[in-house]
Write a protein that binds this ligand. Structure first.
Ligand code: NDP
Length: 449
């Protein structure tokens, strides 16, 4: 393992998030490598950490002041052993190749857990949609797709949304793809319902993270009923996590964005959640405005250079980090444990630092890593692809039921794999091992390609 880590660090020293994601997986799969010496003989580790293809490109567009803007676009096609590349696009100023590679690497194992035939990929740009007009976002999306369209297709690589890419951006991206290629195909998921989208896709990641939490609680004869929950973020995943927690009888007391968080002792109920959806998705405002509407809640500004986040320092039973990577460190984890949190289900990708993960595992929390807990989003994207292929759309209840069954199956797969390799109840080991074994076996079947 150490040679592989040294190799990837020497090759790409600045890609810290990618190193972190690889380290976590390699650590978990040590017992698998010991039991299966052919994996090492066949060089699977060296192959699995190297993307099959990395595409970077210039995106040039004109802003509303007639100024030329230049951004960087990325698509990392990580692994196609299990199916066409599949994974979202992120538009955020922090995006760089290391972040996209970490996300693509994680995505491959996550997709493997869903039981659907999808490989791993991820893409995006350092474009910041915040404060941009609809017209600017459209011009950016069109310029981005003018290049990306050469590399993707419904049987090759099927992008979706992620941070900064929601229904509006998917619409502009799809429109440009259709125009340039003169074909109406399921090349993107997360499309609007009227033109090829799936019911439950917007809800899927958040709902899935709560279904997974309910499965974990059931192993201790508990339910979500009456549970106080800390949720971070206020975007797509946080909103639908909150909606499902409410439906199952829990109470969400926090939501956040990158500048701070709100604490609402009474809970973010259905009516308040409708306000948040309007605020974030339509008005594109800040979470601090929640307190103008609901003065009983408090807003706390959070300094990004902080060494802990007070959001995680409230009494609660469950935590759902749904904002971004490394948003929760070892100190936050200690605060959570001290405050009674005994379940963490990650809606975001890699939101917990390695130190935080160690605390959760040591204290035997019910801790679900993102690649298991947030796999519901890509799973329903897979269902959207199936519906597009059949030119049919399934009713809401049917997609929701399939999502529930997929989350149940991922939960069982993680528990079984953890137990098989001597780590019962460890969902990190279970998710990494089960995701890894399926991908590498497919790679071995397909030879040196
Ligand atoms: P959105 O863009 O809808 O929302 C992102 C939220 O996170 C916003 O509240 C945003 O605040 C906050 N945020 C973003 N960057 C930071 C930061 N550096 N520090 C603190 N807060 C931040 O994205 P999603 O809800 O789609 O994605 C959230 C997470 O879930 C990501 O980790 C994503 O990879 C993961 N995920 C998403 C899936 C999906 O289906 N959408 C599927 C699986 C995982 P602000 O408005 O201030 O930027």
């Amino acid at each position: 393992m150490s040679e592989i880590m040294e190799m990837i660090k020497a090759r790409d020293p600045e890609q810290r998030e990618f190193h972190q994601a690889v380290h976590e997986v390699l650590q978990s799969v040590q017992p698998v490598l010991e039991r299966n010496p052919e994996y090492r003989q066949q060089g699977v580790l060296e192959r699995i950490v190297e993307p099959e293809r990395v595409i970077t490109f210039r995106v040039v567009w004109m802003d509303d002041e007639d100024q030329v803007q230049v951004n960087r676009g990325y698509r990392v096609e990580m692994n196609s052993a299990l199916g066409p590349y599949k994974g979202g696009l992120r538009f955020h100023p922090s995006v760089n190749l290391g972040i996209i590679k970490f996300l693509a690497f994680e995505q491959g194992f996550k997709n493997s857990l869903t039981t659907l035939a999808m490989g791993g990929g991820k893409g995006g740009s350092d474009f910041n949609p915040r404060g941009r007009s609809d017209a600017e976002v459209m011009r950016f999306c069109q310029a981005f797709m003018a290049e990306l369209q050469r590399h993707i297709g419904p049987n090759t690589d099927i992008p979706a949304g992620d941070i900064g890419v929601g229904a509006r951006e998917i619409g502009y991206l799809f429109g440009m793809y259709k125009k340039l290629r003169n074909e109406f195909t399921g090349v993107l998921t997360g499309k609007s319902l009227a033109w090829g989208g799936s019911l439950i896709r917007p809800e899927a990641t958040g709902y899935g993270a709560v279904y997974f939490a309910a499965e974990m609680l059931a192993t201790r004869d508990q339910t979500m009923e009456g549970k106080t929950c800390l949720v971070s973020g206020s975007g797509n995943v946080a909103q639908f996590t909150t909606e499902k927690i409410n439906e199952l009888g829990g109470r969400v007391v926090t939501l956040s964005d990158s500048t701070g968080y709100i604490y609402d002792e009474q809970g973010v109920d259905e009516g308040k959640l409708a306000f948040v959806k309007q605020l974030k998705n339509i008005r594109r405002g800040r979470i601090s405005e929640y307190c103008d509407e609901y003065p009983d809640a408090v807003y706390v500004a959070v300094d990004p250079s902080r060494d802990f986040n007070p959001l995680w320092d409230h009494q609660a039973h469950c935590a759902f980090p749904c904002a971004t990577e490394n948003e929760l460190n070892d100190r936050d984890a200690e605060n959570m444990i001290k405050n009674g949190v005994d379940l963490v289900s990650e809606g975001a990708n890699m939101p917990s630092t390695p130190g935080a993960v160690d605390r959760f595992v040591e204290h035997r929390l019910l801790y679900a890593p993102g690649k298991a807990a947030n796999a519901g989003g890509v799973a329903v994207s897979g269902l959207e692809m199936a519906q597009n292929s059949m030119r049919l759309s399934w009713p809401r209840e049917e997609v929701d039921e399939r999502l529930k069954q997929i989350m149940k199956s991922i939960h069982k797969t993680c528990l079984d794999a953890g137990a098989e390799y001597g780590q019962p109840g460890n969902y990190v080991a279970g998710a990494n091992i089960a995701g890894f074994v399926k991908v590498v076996n497919a790679m071995l079947d397909q030879g040196l390609v």
